[in-house]
Write a protein that binds this ligand. Structure first.
Ligand code: C2E
Ligand code: CA
Ligand code: CA
Length: 430
């Protein structure tokens, strides 16, 4: 009842008992207890794409790696799934635990050998300490879990302590950003930047993605879309923001068209926009007002939004598609779509997430991309690779049948003026 067969580690029941005992003992003897939650990064993809057998091998090897760390030998548990727990009792100095966590990350970054292949698997960890972060099992584990989520939000493959969780200063800054953001959206200060989308075979610019930027006009420092987009969304302002970005982008697109450039314009549609009932009508009007056609525009919906509420989303996507818009699944590979689901959606294009593109030079990463591109071409979807930063990746993607490329290799997102200059340069010599 205390044992996990796959990894040979103790299980969660055992962990809970041990943590409770360690806390009681620490209370009596006046020292600390550290509890760390470890979660494999993107394990779902390993399982789905390389198969469950491979997934099990990875978990077992991962457990073996953890067991090789002397300090962890007695306090290691499998929580379940791809989550593990470590327990260190009789801690006198929390710095010891930081050292341990750093070592863990170093060890994990070394590839595993599976059937002669090197497989890179990383993990994230959240750590809480008794008595600072809580007084009992539930509180400590809860805080470790919050720290783990924070580590993942900060980009994965790192660890955070519960003590690192953002506190008051952070909230004050956030509050000030919120107030400024309301104003910036009302005054339509948000500007689209444009990133070229380049045809893989000719290196010609065939499209552009509009990406929102908040010009630095406020003493708050640079606030990027990864912060202000979710914020606008949570404040109910994303539709206004989206409308400004879209209007400005359509106007620019129309201008380019007059100059003889017939590009595709890709815009990001947030969850709230997608599910607002007047989106098809609003979009159609805006496009017509700009003198453009709906098929000039590709609407990007992230995979997680499309797949979390498949039925609702499919109905909305159908409506948009019938209005003439083209549809792309953004951040493809990070969500949980299955081939069957994708097949039922009126999707024209997938944008392969940067995380995959950037692992193309590992054997495992390449195989994942082979699986993705194989599936997409079987479904007749246009494939766009995001986050292409070098020539080697570009070549490999072209070989895999990817149609277009977006990434710093050609250009980062730039303002309209610079974009026009890029167009004037003609096909990139790169
Ligand atoms: P996204 O839609 O996945 O956009 C691609 C992101 O990848 C952009 O980040 C772009 O600058 C970045 N990128 C492009 N090429 C490379 C590369 O070679 N290497 C690396 N490391 N990064 C690259 P950005 O502009 O910071 O936007 C972040 C996210 O914010 C977007 O991700 C999108 O989800 C959201 N967003 C931006 N503008 C809008 C908008 O107008 N409306 C909505 N709803 N979301 C937006
Ligand atoms: Ca996008
Ligand atoms: Ca994307």
């Amino acid at each position: 009842a205390y044992h996990d067969n796959l990894t040979g580690l103790a299980n969660r029941t055992r962990m809970e008992e041990d943590v409770q005992k360690a806390i009681l003992q620490a209370e009596a003897e006046g020292h600390k207890v550290a509890v760390g939650l470890i979660d494999l990064d993107h394990f779902f993809n390993i399982n789905e794409i390389l198969g469950h057998k491979m997934g099990d091998r990875v978990l077992a090897l991962f457990a073996e790696k953890l067991r090789a760390i002397p300090e962890l030998q007695k306090g290691l548990y499998r929580w379940g799934g791809d989550q593990f727990v470590f327990l260190v009792d009789r801690v006198t100095d929390v710095e010891q635990i930081r050292g341990l966590a750093t070592m863990l990350m170093e060890l994990i970054r070394l590839p595993m050998e599976i059937e002669g292949e090197k497989v890179h698997v990383t993990c994230s960890a959240g750590i809480a300490v008794y008595p600072e972060d809580g007084s009992n099992l539930d509180e400590i584990v809860g805080q470790a879990d919050r720290a783990l989520n924070y580590a993942k939000k900060q980009g994965r493959f790192n660890y955070k302590f519960a003590a690192d969780l953002p506190k008051k200063a952070f909230y004050q800054h956030q509050l000030s950003i919120r107030n400024h953001l309301v104003e910036a959206i009302e005054r339509r200060l948000i500007e689209p930047y444009f990133q070229p989308i380049v045809e893989a075979s000719t290196h010609r610019i065939i499209g552009m993605e509009a990406l929102a930027r908040w010009p630095e006009t406020n003493g708050l420092g640079k606030v990027g879309p990864d912060s202000f987009i979710p914020l606008a969304e949570s404040m109910g302002l994303i539709s206004d923001l989206g409308r400004t970005v879209l209007e400005k982008s359509l106007a620019y697109h129309a201008l380019l068209k007059k100059q003889g450039h017939d590009l595709e314009l890709s815009v990001n549609i947030s969850r709230r926009q997608l599910f607002s009932s007047d989106l098809p009508r609003v979009l159609s009007t805006m496009v017509a007002d700009a003198g453009l056609n709906p098929w000039d525009v590709i609407l990007e919906i992230t995979e997680s939004i499309a797949m979390l509420e498949v039925e609702n989303a499919t109905a909305r996507l159908l409506e948009l598609h019938q209005s003439g818009f083209r549809l792309a699944i953004d951040d493809f590979g990070t969500g949980y779509s299955t081939l069957a689901q994708l097949h039922e959606m009126p999707v024209d294009e997938i944008k392969i997430d940067r995380a995959f593109v950037q692992r193309i030079n590992t054997g495992e990463g390449y195989r994942i991309l082979q699986a993705i591109t194989g599936m997409a071409s079987a479904l007749g979807l246009t494939m766009v690779a995001e986050g292409v930063e070098d020539e080697t990746s570009l070549g490999k993607l072209e070989d895999l049948g990817v149609h277009s490329i977006q990434g710093f290799y050609f250009s980062p997102p730039v303002d309209a003026g610079q974009f026009t200059r890029l167009l004037a340069q003609g096909p990139s010599s790169k």
